[in-house]
Structure formats: C-alpha cells, structure tokens
Design a protein around this ligand. Structure first.
Ligand code: MN
Length: 301
C-alpha cells in the first residue's frame, strides 16, 4: 500500500516538474491563472497523499489522473489559446516520439489479491512493463535518427524492437485497466449483445477465451477483438506478443511483399516491385481510412 502511495507521489512530483517547466514560458494570462489554480489543487492533493492512510486508493488514483488531464489541457490551451479546450485537447494530445510513459497502476499492488499476488504485480508493472516502455521509446528515437540520416541499415532490428516493446506497452496498459478489485461477473448492454451474437452465449465465449489463453504456445496473450470488417467480435491468440505488430493499432496503408504478389513479373527483385508500387497507391482511400481510424483515441500515455 505505501509503495503504491509512493508511486502516486512520484507521479505528482513529475506533474509538478512539468508545471514548473511549462510556467516559465506560458504566453496567455488566462492560462497562467488557470495553472496557478491547478497548482493549488495539486499541492492540496499532495498533502492529502502524505496523510493517506485512511483514504481509498482508487479515489486517489482517479484524483491524480484528473489533475494530470487538467494539466495537459491547460498546456494545450496555452499553445493554441482558443476557447474550446476540451475538443482541442481530444484532437491534439499525442504521445511524442520516444515519449511513452509508464503510469502507476490504477489500484494498489495488492488490490487484486488473492487472485493476483502483490509481488507479481510489483514485478510485472514496475519491471516488465517499464522495460517495454523504455524499449519502445528507444526504438522510436532510433527510427527517427534513421529517417533524418536516411540510413536504414538497422531498420529490421528497430522495427522488431518497436513491435515487441510497443505491443508489450499497449497490451499491458489495457491489461491493467481491464482488471479491477471490484471486477468479475458478466458484461451488460451492447457488449453483452455483441458477445451473444458473436459466440452464441457468454458461457461459450468464456469457454473459448479460457481455452485459447491456456493453449497459447509459450508466452503470449488471449485477446478479444472487434473486427470492423466482419462487424463481430473475435478471439485471437498472440504468441509472444508481437509478431511484428503492436496491437492497439489500426492498419492504414499495407503492402503485400509475399512472393506471390510480385514473383511473376519481378522474380527476386522485390525492391523494384516496391518502388513501382508507389505509382499506384490510392491515397484518397488511405485518407478515408485514416480519417475514420483517427477518431478512435485512447488516453495518451
Ligand atoms: Mn506481462
């Protein structure tokens, strides 16, 4: 418990640091006032944290997250200084290249006991998830360097690293959030309808998901996905967790480089095929996909 409070305290310290850095070059007076007010609230919350023995950790997390989101929206507001902060925030907040972060668990390390033990959570979140975040940031920065130097000798290595660590980071972020000490039971509403339509019944879904998870070869994941094409739910396994995809992403532009796609005309000259392929890319369709896909936005961590 106290280690969890410590991680929230650390988060607040980080926020305070971002605030201090940002305050030194804020342009709008309106935003300055808002930020000053925000800081008062942060300080109050930090005081609360230091006497937190009787408080509920889920409430503490929610409050910390609220402060985080407010700070982000003030920062964006200053940059553009327009009225509609909320909408703008939704549309502009991005994770910068190499700027992914590990946020604290949304509950205490021991909150999922007895189902998942405290030590596992500590190791899993603080060590394993952290290393995915670090690895993803490193891969993104290395790929940025490759682009600016136009030298792609290590492209295969860094693409693999980006997929491995990106999948690790995104899947774990979802994993922490789809668990809760007050969880269990069955879903309701539209999701329940979709499960029944896709799998027959909740019990059949649960049986298949359980078996799929148990049968993953080596390390990996069982994943319930929405297929926008089939318009149904499906259950998939991810061995290890990447196979060079990051999950949590939506494909926009795809190029088939299986030999069957080019062998008759190009034989082994894959690069020629790729270079020629650029003449026939249907950008309006890719734009259409992008415009639709980019409306799906999860909280940027
Ligand atoms: Mn894991």
């Amino acid at each position: 418990m106290s280690a969890y409070i410590d991680s929230l305290k650390k988060w607040c310290e980080d926020m305070r640091q971002s605030y201090e850095d940002f305050m030194t070059h804020v342009k709008s007076e309106h935003i300055q006032n808002q930020l000053t007010h925000w800081k008062v609230q942060l300080v109050q919350f930090q005081e609360k944290l230091s006497h937190s023995i009787h408080l509920h950790d889920l409430d503490l997390y929610d409050r910390a997250n609220e402060l985080y989101e407010q700070l982000q929206s003030h920062m964006v507001g200053d940059k553009e200084s327009i009225e509609d902060h909320q909408r703008l925030e939704e549309n502009t907040r991005i994770v910068p290249i190499g700027g992914h972060r590990l946020l604290p668990l949304p509950y205490a390390y021991d909150a999922l006991e007895p189902y998942i033990d405290e030590e596992t959570m500590r190791l899993h979140h603080d060590i394993h998830h952290k290393s995915y975040v670090d690895g993803l940031n490193k891969a993104e920065k290395e790929m940025q360097k490759m682009r600016s130097s136009d030298s792609f000798d290590l492209i295969k290595h860094w693409e693999r690293e980006a997929a491995f660590n990106g999948a690790g980071h995104y899947l774990h972020t979802i994993f922490w959030e789809i668990m809760n000490p007050h969880g269990g039971g069955e879903p309701t509403g539209e999701l329940m309808n979709a499960i029944e339509k896709s799998f027959g019944s909740f019990n059949q879904f649960k049986a298949q998901f359980t078996e799929a998870a148990n049968a993953v070869e080596g390390s990996g994941w069982a994943i319930l996905v929405w297929s926008p094409r089939a318009r149904r739910l499906e259950i998939l396994q991810a061995e290890k967790h990447q196979n060079l995809s990051q999950w949590d992403i939506l494909p926009l532009l795809v190029l088939d480089v299986w030999e069957h796609a080019y062998y008759l005309k190009y034989q082994n000259k894959r690069k020629d095929y790729i270079e020629n392929w650029w003449h026939i890319v249907n950008w309006p369709e890719v734009e259409k996909r992008f415009n639709k896909a980019s409306t799906v936005k999860w909280k940027p961590y």
